[in-house]
Design a protein. Structure first.
Lengths: 562, 208
């Protein structure tokens, strides 16, 4: 059959951008379909240079409208009056939750997806992570190991531009880094204390997709230390689809982009056992459209890719496309996270800093490495956070009025350090996505999320609170508070799984190349493919897996298998 | 006393003219009819803002339109001010002033609390006494020790006054310093005594 495109990529976020870049650069014609609006780099970052006094609600936004239209998104710490245009309208894009499920699903439906709003932390996974399921028996064994991915990590880091410091840690492999951003005085002191008292632990600056050296051939400048990334960055100083992968894909002349197009279904031909294309709804007009291709990449975001597969059930595949195993939708995960410690560091009151560093620090996993030393948990956790000097908003918690109060708030406040834990989420069959009972405003069946953190994650957060307090106290901090209960599911914005990789087609959806066991020309290379969650931020691994899958898919096409 | 929205808007412009409030600073037209303040409430919001942040080397909060920002912010529920009311109860036992949606009408609460303390008309007493009265209310709202489980509505009101001031051009860029594009990161420099803080340190603003 004649196809309109060599490949269709569903979604334009972090992995969709990578798929479009890799496939077009390999010579394929590609249609990239995005459900949200078009956002043009530099031109459409409408609030980027606005001051608070230029905004109707001074940057806080209209809380009453947010309660109506952004009931979930408003809970995201990057959601402000400046960035609201980069988050989805919850009222128009509903989802359902199962009984006893509290899940805050943070989404960005627009060209570039969450690449515009992400936290930019880039961490390699190690064989402690890829070997985790096999070691403790939770989930299914990953069909890959670090060696399979190392060269792809190299490739994506070189293109993304990741600043960070090499530390030689087995559990957090070093990568191809640009020069690191600096620690501030408190973070440096805590780093030194930790390395002295806990030689196996390390505090290092966050490895972040913010350039410390310009990538001039790609038109990207170095970071200006504004730390307002989620508004969009005209300097192109952080990695986003707009700053990086989209220009590369566009340059090939082989990319077609359609926006405002919600993909509702994939077409499947039972005779050839191939997907033949996708169908979408123009969200502005309601018109129905379709396109055909030899190859389909799903990059809609973990839950939405699974959602699309469930919605693509057919007579031949009644449980959902590529779901002969019956595990599609199961084993979803999201890191259990909480604020483990806040400590005061009054002894640094003679020091300050200038500029807004767009990353914090990381203390990589130190539990359950070569020895299983977790009390009630077999996986890992790591901390992110940093030290800061409080600003005028501290006045909201202080007694005082009048000139003396005003004079006090004119100066920076005390140093504090914050540690937030991300604990590995175990893959569980009961945490799953199914089709819901209702349809969205465009008539597409909604997704239902059933999710709960388990005893292991809670035990990890209990340990994390104790260890955070111990480290900060040892460094001279005065711990003010800490928590050990996880936030709602989705809080980490690392939701993943649902179309897991595995060796066995009977118990997994994808093979070791992110390719459907059932449907050879279908690849799922976003978070849906993950078989375990590790405790690192996952985006870099999604990118490496996407580049690797593209390379494999193109080779399979050339051999005539696809 | 109720007034028509149209009357209010024209009255507001006259009042603003008389007080020197920049009318454009806040769009009161963004406020629903039910939440329209009385002229007296508007004067009160301005006066209270000015007491919290008075004129020093830079203008005070009332002078830069924070009273109107407070009214707008309360009407639109900023900082959780339109969540279902937890409190607002008064020492005399009268019921708290609730809106139809069950949230506390902070402006009415403030008006009643200050009038009661001043024996009738807060705006009618001498400015030094007003400042003392507000300081007493503030001290009660922030008792020593752990934060109260049921915080005084004054905490929300004061918080929004601070937001209004330090996000105004005067507060952000004259009283404090504002730099949208630092261009570099100096990780450890001496803190000069008296140095003004950066209103553009977004992490500090977020975490307080």
């Amino acid at each position: 059959m004649e196809h309109q495109f060599d490949a269709i990529v569903v979604g334009s976020g972090i992995t969709g951008g990578w798929a479009a870049k890799e496939l077009t650069e390999a010579g394929l014609t590609v249609l990239m379909i995005e459900r949200g609006r078009k956002i043009e780099h530099q031109v459409d970052y409408a609030t980027e240079t606005k001051a608070p006094w230029e905004m109707p609600f001074r940057g806080l936004g209209d809380a009453a409208r947010y309660a109506r239209e952004f009931a979930v998104q408003r809970k995201n710490r990057h959601f402000t009056e400046f960035t609201e245009g980069h988050f989805v309208n919850d009222r128009d894009n509903p989802y359902e939750t199962g009984a006893d499920t509290d899940f805050t699903w943070f989404r960005s439906y627009q060209l570039g997806g969450r690449s515009l709003t992400w936290g930019r932390q880039c961490y390699r996974w190690s064989d402690y992570d890829f070997g985790a399921n096999k070691r403790d028996g939770h989930g299914t064994d990953w069909p890959i190991r670090y060696a399979d991915l190392a060269q792809w990590y190299d490739k994506v880091e070189d293109f993304v531009g990741v600043s960070g410091r090499a530390e030689g840690l087995a559990q957090l492999p070093d990568g191809h880094f640009q020069p690191p951003m600096a620690l501030n005085c408190v973070e440096q002191a805590v780093r030194e204390t930790i390395s002295t008292q806990w030689p196996e632990r390390c505090l290092t600056v966050g490895r972040t997709a913010n350039l410390t050296e310009a990538k001039e051939t790609e038109g990207r400048s170095q970071c200006q230390y504004r730390s307002i990334c989620a508004r969009g960055c005209s300097y192109g100083a952080y990695f986003s689809t707009q700053s990086s992968t989209l220009p590369a894909a566009t340059k090939t002349g082989r990319l077609t982009v359609v926006t405002d197009a919600q993909v509702a279904k994939m077409d499947y031909d039972a005779a050839t056992r191939r997907v033949t294309g996708v169908r979408w709804i123009e969200t502005e007009t309601g018109a129905r459209k379709a396109a055909t291709a030899r190859l389909v990449f799903l990059n809609a975001g973990a839950f939405n890719s699974v959602h699309l597969m469930l919605n693509s059930a057919s007579a031949a595949m009644p449980g959902g496309l590529a779901n002969s195993s019956g595990v599609l939708g199961t084993h979803i995960m999201d890191h259990a996270n909480t604020l483990s410690a806040i400590a005061d560091f009054p002894q640094f009151s003679g020091h300050t800093s200038f500029g807004n560093r767009p990353t914090g620090i990381v203390i990589p996993r130190f539990r359950n490495l070569d020895t299983l030393d977790g009390n009630g948990f077999t996986r890992g956790y790591s901390y992110q956070g940093g030290a800061l000097q409080s600003g005028w908003t501290r006045g909201k918690r202080m007694a005082g009025t009048g000139a003396a109060f005003k004079d006090e708030l004119q100066h920076v406040g005390a140093w504090r350090m914050v540690l937030v834990t991300f604990a590995e989420s175990l893959p569980r069959a009961t945490n799953r996505l199914t089709l819901g009972k209702r349809t969205d405003p465009r008539g597409v069946p909604q997704i239902e999320i059933a999710f709960a953190h388990g005893a292991e994650e809670r035990a990890a957060l209990v340990d994390a609170k104790e260890q955070a307090a111990a480290m900060l106290t040892a460094a001279g901090g005065v711990v003010r508070m800490g928590m050990d209960r996880p936030g709602p599911g989705g809080s980490a914005i690392h939701e993943m799984g649902g179309a897991r990789m595995g060796w066995d087609p009977k118990t997994s959806v994808l093979n070791r190349f992110s390719q459907s066991h059932d449907v050879a020309n279908l690849f799922v290379t976003d978070g849906a493919q993950m078989s375990s969650s590790a405790c690192q931020n996952p985006s870099l691994t999604y990118m490496a897996l996407t580049a690797r899958a593209c390379d494999y898919a193109v080779a399979q096409m050339k051999l005539g298998y696809i | 006393m109720t007034i028509e929205r149209r009357d209010f808007l024209s009255g507001a412009a006259l009042l603003a003219l008389a007080l020197g409030i920049p009318v454009a600073a806040v769009r009161l037209s963004d406020i629903a009819d039910d939440d329209m303040p009385s002229p007296r409430q508007r004067l009160l919001a301005r006066a209270v803002s000015q007491i919290v942040i008075p004129r020093t080397a830079t203008p005070g909060a009332g002078e830069v339109g924070v009273g109107d920002f407070l009214i707008l912010a309360l009407a639109h529920g900023l900082d959780g001010s339109r969540e279902p009311a937890a409190s607002g109860a008064t020492p005399t036992g009268e019921s708290p002033p609730l809106r139809r949606d069950g949230s506390l009408d902070h402006l009415v609460w403030l008006e009643r609390a200050l009038d009661r303390r001043s024996g009738g008309d807060f705006l009618g007493i001498a400015p030094p006494a007003r400042a003392q009265m507000l300081a007493a209310l503030d001290a009660e709202a922030y008792p020593p020790g752990p934060p109260p489980a049921d915080p005084s509505p004054w905490q929300t009101i004061k918080g929004l006054i601070l937001t209004g001031y330090y996000t105004s051009q005067t507060g952000a860029a004259q009283e404090l310093r504002y730099e949208l594009v630092p261009g570099r990161f100096d990780n450890d420099i001496p803190l000069t005594p008296g140095a003004r803080a950066w209103s553009s340190d977004w992490t500090a603003v977020e975490f307080g």
